[in-house]
Design a protein around this ligand. Sequence first.
Ligand code: ATP
Ligand code: MG
Length: 222
Amino acid sequence: MVLRINKKKSVRENSKRHFVSYSNPSSQIAEQFRTIRTNIQFSSINKKHKTLIITSPSHGEGKTTSAINLAISLSQQGDKVLLVDANLRRPTVHSTFNLKDALGLSEVLIGKATIEDAIVQTQIGQLEVLPSGITPPNPAELIGSKAMSQFIKEITDEYDVILFDSPPVLETTDTKLLAGQCDGVILVLTSGKTDREKAIEANRLLNLVRAKVLGVILNERN
Ligand SMILES: Nc1ncnc2c1ncn2[C@@H]1O[C@H](COP(=O)(O)OP(=O)(O)OP(=O)(O)O)[C@@H](O)[C@H]1O
Ligand SMILES: [Mg+2]
C-alpha cells in the first residue's frame, strides 16, 4: 500500500492540515485517507487489525498528521475509534485538539488517572482521544511496562480501532516496544526526503520485534 499525500504549503492550510479529512471531506487528501482505510480493511480479512501504530523513521515526517486524519476517516464510516498519543517525548495530539494540561496516557500508566477520566470525546463521529499527559522521565519504561500491556488489553474490546501515534522508530525504543504489541504498523515516509537506508532500517527493526508493517504512507511535502 503506497499512497501519495500531496499537499501544498500555506499558513492557513498548515493549521488545518491535521483535520483536513474532517473539514474538507471531498479533498484529495481526505480521499487518500479513505483509500488507506479501505486498504487496512482489506488487509484485515483474515485477522482483525484493531490496534495500529503510526510511525516513521525520523522526526517530522507526518506521523501525527497521518494518525489524526486516519482516525477521522475511520470514525466517519461509523467506527468507534480511539487515538492514543503514545509519543511521550514530543507529544502534539493534545495541542492539536486544544486539550491543554489534559490528563493522559502517562497518568493512566502510573495509576494517577483512570482510563475513563483521561479519555476525551471529540465532536468528530465516534472519535475519542487519549492525550499523552505529562512528559515522563522514563518514556520507554512506561511504554514497555506491564501497565501498558494491561491498558491495551482493557481498551481493545471497547473500540473498533485503536490508533497509536508514536515517536520515530529509529530514535527511540518506545516505538519498537509498542509495535510488538500492536496488530499492525503504518509507516510514514516523506517523499523525496526519507533516506532509502533509513526506511529499510526502520522496516528491519520493526520486523525484529515481529511487528507487521501493513503499509506505507508516502507523505509528499511541497
Ligand atoms: N504533506 C505535508 N505538507 C506540508 N506540511 C506537512 C505535511 N505533512 C505534515 N506537515 C507538517 O509538518 C509538520 C510535522 O508533521 P507531523 O507533526 O505530522 O510530523 P510527526 O512525524 O508527527 O513529527 P514528530 O516526529 O515531531 O512527532 C507539521 O507542522 C505538519 O503540519
Ligand atoms: Mg508527531
